[in-house]
Design a protein around this ligand. Sequence first.
Ligand code: MLT
Ligand code: ZN
Length: 451
Amino acid sequence: MSDLEDRLREIVGAPHVAVDEDLKSQYETDWTRRFTGEARCVVRPASTAEVAAVVRTCADAGVPITVQGGNTGLVGGAVPAGGEVLLNLGRLTALDDVDVLEGQVTAGAGVTLEKLQQHARPHGLDVGVDLAARSAATVGGLVATNAGGLRVVRYGSMREQLTGIEAVLADGTVVSRLGGLAKDNTGYDLTQLLAGSEGTLAVITKVRLRLVPLLPARAVALVAVAGVPAALQLLAAARAGLPSLSAAELFLAEGLDLVRAHGKLAAPFAESYPAFVVLECSARTDPTDELLEVLGECPAVEDATVASDATGVAKLWAYRETHTEAISAAGLPVKLDVSVPLRELSGLVDDLPGTVSAAAPGARVIIFGHLGEGNLHVNVLDAGADAEQVSDAVLRLVAQRRGSISSEHGVGRAKTRWLSLSRSDAEIAAMRRIKGALDPAGTLNPGVLLN
Ligand code: MLT
Ligand code: ZN
């Protein structure tokens, strides 16, 4: 075996360097199964010092690195193109005590979101971001991709939770800013620069996160509506009338049929409807009455079912949260994650089926997403050889409506080709200069975000 692998073994211990295909393969394909690439080896360090030594060693050898957290990404950003050292951060699981006074916590990059939630909740605190992949997604990856999820309508995306970061730069230098000061205007904000940088500027090893109050009383409504305009009318009523609003999600009849067949779920309503909204309210005391009041007064509501007990809440959420696995079980989807201004949302949903079938005759479109942010997950099944044409047509449609080609999943390898639909030449040139300054040899996640 080569000098590089020997040196990596010295740093992290032989059991944590995988070179055999049967050991590497679980890390080489992403969650979608669409993106896959062979790593030179997989390295699993257990501390920031080990990460720094690995990065320095690879830099000295001129070998590029692909950085990976829980490997739950959907845009190929954490799997190699071919020949990189795959740096998996799953062993960085250090978790400090919750700082109740500051309402913050410091966590290693490899701590899963679920573990962090379990750590914070006994202290009456919670993590502001939540998403369906919580049991596997790690906080390093969530920050590196600025993940969004189900509670953005209330608490914002991952960068809004972030108060500090520790990271290893491309030459192995460690930068650490974990003090979590609420106010700190002492120059460039490296913490925020690294949020959403998709592993292209540095390797995040620890994050310091602001926590939110734990709100144990929840009420969830699954609401049937006549279409996207009615869903938006309900959203506006919920935003104005529900200070406890913590989620506002959308799915359509085709998605409901798929998740019902996949999960053997009962029909939520006696009649069929074209669109559905999940509203969740969270508070210290039961928010059911205020939720019912808003639903009762909103003419957009065709029918609704409400739950506030844990089992009932989980049952209603399942109609929305199992979309991803139900779609994946039905085939290998083209997954597009877009957002548009809310006033463009209905027009976009109307245009999508025609645009997709023109690009890929016979393909099926399943649309769901985060209503509050105008963020649609456009999943196209049976696109076959026309996958690229589907992506191109949909992303151009979104750009025409002044939207983003990646709302929350990132650019990864999947969307580098289309970055100019959402970013100007001047912006991309500035991004390239930042990348060149922090990673002049281009060894961190090459081919991701900027190609
Ligand atoms: C979701 O909102 O469920 C996730 O972003 C996953 C997906 O888009 O499939
Ligand atoms: Zn999402």
